[in-house]
Design a protein around this ligand. Structure first.
Ligand SMILES: Cc1cc2nc3c(=O)[nH]c(=O)nc-3n(C[C@H](O)[C@H](O)[C@H](O)COP(=O)(O)OP(=O)(O)OC[C@H]3O[C@@H](n4cnc5c(N)ncnc54)[C@H](O)[C@@H]3O)c2cc1C
Length: 536
């Protein structure tokens, strides 16, 4: 794969492509690999390089005027080849059917396609993400797929539905998650990757109706340009909106912003703790809602079992989608952590060997559970918590606009006014109380709810944004309700497409990257079809 630094391209060279992809994270790199062919000139422009660089990191700076957010942007997005997959933690889940519906109690909800239509793309996304299965694993089918008896207690599924997440796994290093930079670099092919190339403007015809090119700046500060009849923004949930808002040559409100929608409907996934369990009595609960290591023809894969709010309960009570799982805080001398450090060549071998030796009983039990029963290993626990992740109500006032401050290339930084509303708070309180009541009824472990939840206070600041910026260029068939159409093309701007979580109309409780990759493949198919039909 030809890879070059922007500053090594002569300023006089005309860079031309059939398709220019902005950003090389999971969305951009997947589209590039899907489109890679001898017939097409594909150029990926990536703001960062192979390694992290403080100067480039500074381009992600934000101004926050809303709810408290993580301000060190490196913790929530990585500006380098492969995007935020450099530090992601690999948890994947498909959306539930209800997530696609227009729900009359969730204003602005409804996707322009159904779960069934996305299903083949979720399957095709699996190898990119290092998943054993692309769909069909997250509910009761899990037990059958892996030939295991379902040993769930009789939970009332009108209230809470058992649910599985699956973890990404690198194809070589089984201890790591899939990192998309490696996938892009390893794919033989003709895609041209230009590093340290930051897009500072999207250029169109005078009316802003047809895309023409993007302006690029690199470490030498010189202006270069990539011309292409099709440009795909894959710069992440915040930067996609920022780039459109900052491209103001044809329309002072921003490109494609004739209906003042760009940057609105900013969502994330508030995530935090609902309560704790008694550690001493927690083994059955940990085994049931624990980690499962399961094998299929594509090798062994790690799943985590949790519970989600049932669709019927959401419907009856006007709530959002939401899920909970156990969070194990292990002690410093947990033998499995010690063993992992030894295997990875980290930590102090003598101390870790002592920790293993002192806990041989737990190790033997763990090996039995891991190898024979294929459950996760029992851990030496300090604390066992119930964590929750909640969908957000799409809110036009929760939004990104442009700050008066600019980055080093003169582009205004994002001014973020992120909001959390009552519907999220009601949903989180409801799931906490349901889990407590159901676990009591089933004589499982007692959940001690946190004070804020008992006192009916709002979501505390311990529910921050978690690197899932969503909705800022939302998809809708109507230009009055969305920035992109169902083919991901910006309404009113021919040739300009957007991929990533910014196109999601609603966010589900599911982590976004599986859906990002699936919708990116869907867009790649559309572009292939458009080109082979000879469309301009
Ligand atoms: C610590 C952490 C943990 C996470 N864990 C999970 C998880 O467990 N499960 C999950 O589903 N998701 C997780 N995520 C989120 C996941 O990483 C993102 O959903 C995913 O990376 C988004 O893919 P993307 O391609 O849309 O955007 P990104 O990965 O953000 O990639 C955007 C790319 O565009 C480039 N770019 C930006 N602006 C410009 C510009 N102007 N010009 C050129 N290039 C530009 C950036 O440098 C970057 O490479 C996590 C993220 C973090 C940070």
């Amino acid at each position: 794969m030809p890879i070059v630094d922007l500053r090594d391209i002569p300023v006089a060279e005309k860079i031309e492509a059939d398709i220019c992809i902005v950003g090389s994270g999971p969305a951009g790199s997947t589209i590039a690999r899907e489109l890679d062919s001898k017939r097409l000139r594909i150029v990926v422009v990536e703001s960062g390089g192979i390694a992290r660089n403080a100067d480039v990191d500074s381009l992600n700076e934000i101004e926050n005027i809303g709810r408290a957010r993580v301000m060190d942007q490196w913790l929530v997005r990585n500006r380098m080849l492969g995007g935020s997959s450099n530090t992601w933690t690999g948890r994947c889940a498909p959306f539930d059917e209800i997530d696609y519906e227009a729900r009359n109690w969730v204003q602005y909800s409804g996707w322009p396609f159904t779960a069934g239509e996305v299903e083949p793309f979720l399957q095709r996304a699996a190898p990119y993400l290092g998943l054993g299965l692309g769909s069909g694993f997250s509910d009761r089918a899990f037990w059958e797929l892996f030939g295991r008896p379902n040993f769930s207690p009789e939970i009332d599924e009108e209230l809470l539905v058992p649910f599985f997440w699956q973890f990404s796994k690198d194809d070589v290093n089984r201890f790591d998650y899939m990192r998309f930079a490696k996938g892009l670099l390893n794919s033989a092919g003709g895609v041209r990757v230009i590093l340290n190339a930051t897009v500072t403007n999207i250029n169109t015809d005078a009316e802003g109706a047809v895309v023409k090119s993007v302006d690029l700046r690199g470490s030498d500060g010189a202006l270069r340009e990539v011309s292409a009849p099709r440009i795909v923004l894959c710069a992440g949930g915040i930067e996609n909106a920022r780039l459109l808002l900052a491209s103001r040559r044809a329309n002072s409100a921003g490109l494609g912003n004739q209906n003042d929608l760009i940057g609105r409907f900013l969502m994330d996934h508030p995530r935090g703790r609902l309560g704790i369990f008694d550690v001493a009595k927690s083994e059955p609960l940990q085994r049931w809602l624990g980690v499962y290591n399961l094998k299929n023809s594509k090798g062994s894969h790690r799943f985590r079992h949790g519970l989600r709010l049932s669709p019927s309960y959401q419907r009856k009570n006007g709530l959002l989608n939401c899920a909970v799982w156990l969070n194990e805080y292990v002690m410093d001398d947990d033998p499995w952590n010690a063993l992992a450090r030894i295997l990875r060549g980290r930590g102090t071998i003598a101390t870790d060997a002592l920790f293993v030796a002192a806990n041989l009983g737990l190790v033997a039990k763990g090996l039995n559970q891991f190898l024979i029963q294929r459950n996760g290993m029992p851990r030496k626990l300090d604390r066992l918590e119930l964590l929750c992740i909640v969908e957000q109500q799409p809110d036009p006032e929760s939004r990104i606009t442009l700050s008066d401050r600019t980055d080093k290339f003169g582009v205004p930084i994002s001014r973020i006014n992120w909001k959390i509303n009552q519907q999220e708070e009601r949903t989180v309180r409801a799931i906490g109380r349901l889990v407590q009541a159901e676990f009591r009824r089933l004589s499982l472990n007692e959940l001690h709810l946190d004070d804020w939840l008992v006192r009916d206070e709002g979501l505390p600041l311990s529910f921050p944004d978690i690197a899932h910026p969503t909705g800022t260029t939302r998809m809708s068939t109507s230009p009055k309700l969305g920035v992109v159409d169902p083919d991901c093309q910006v309404h009113g701007v021919r040739g300009l497409f957007v991929a990533g979580s910014s196109i999601f109309p609603t966010s589900s409780h599911a982590n976004p990257t599986h859906m990002i990759v699936a919708t990116a493949i869907r867009l790649a198919d559309f572009l292939k079809g458009q080109i082979s039909n000879g469309a301009r």
